[in-house]
Design a protein around this ligand. Structure first.
Ligand SMILES: [Zn+2]
Length: 222
């Protein structure tokens, strides 16, 4: 390269794989090349090839049962990109007014472009946030996670605060936005009817009937 930007030390592809491995680990999911291929939306052969390259770069280690884990070096890179992603999400919503449900998708473009200097400025401007807009901890700034349980496990009459919702499915996020189920929202369980497959909640003075499958995905403060 003659002009322009210095070459980044870690490629976007590498950052994306390490981020995916980190996020599966956050959910206590075992990471195999097959699972990685699914979440990265690539063929198994491509995922296997990338894992081999990451192993040579000492970013990941592969156990004899094919489980992929981050090395110390890989974890540092993963935490860095996850941190930039989650700060970018907050920036998009709080500073630019982007719709809450769009921030996760948009942050995937921005996360790779944030330098350590800009990251520091963002943290200060955002008031040292500990979580992203969906309740996921920001590595390096979160002071330990609070106790959570799925809404599906709550009892009738219980009132609690939403802690975390899944961020990947934009249609589900759009729905959560419509019914105001976001981290920090106060909800009251009016009826829990596993035999009907529903949980009825009050949120913002409105009755909302949720399917059990959706209620399992919403984490509330335990
Ligand atoms: Zn996100």
């Amino acid at each position: 390269m003659m002009l322009g930007e210095p070459k980044p030390e870690v490629s976007v592809v590498t950052e994306n794989y390490l981020q995916a491995i980190y996020k599966l680990g956050e959910r206590d999911e075992a990471v195999s090349p097959t699972r990685l291929a699914e979440v990265m939306d690539v063929s198994v052969a491509t995922a296997v090839g990338t894992v081999k390259r990451l192993t040579r770069q000492e970013m990941v280690a592969v156990a004899s049962n094919k489980e992929v884990s981050l090395t110390r070096k890989g974890r540092d890179v993963a935490e860095s990109v996850v941190r930039r992603h989650r700060l970018a999400e907050r920036m998009l919503i709080e500073m630019l007014g982007l719709e809450w449900y769009k921030a996760h998708r948009e942050a995937h473009r921005l996360e790779h472009a944030i330098s350590p200097d800009v990251e520091q400025k963002l943290v200060e401007a955002l008031g040292h946030p500990e979580t992203n807009p969906y309740g996921l901890p920001i590595p390096g700034y979160s002071k330990g996670s609070k106790k959570m349980k799925p809404l599906a496990d709550a009892r009738e009459g219980e009132s609690m605060t939403v802690s975390q919702v899944p961020e990947e499915d934009i249609q589900l996020l759009t729905y959560f936005d419509e019914i105001n189920v976001k981290p920090g929202a106060e909800i009251l369980v009016k009826e829990s009817a596993p035999f009907k497959g529903t949980v009825t909640i009050d949120v913002n003075g409105e009755h909302v009937v949720l399917g059990l499958e959706v209620a399992r995905k919403i984490q509330v403060a335990a």
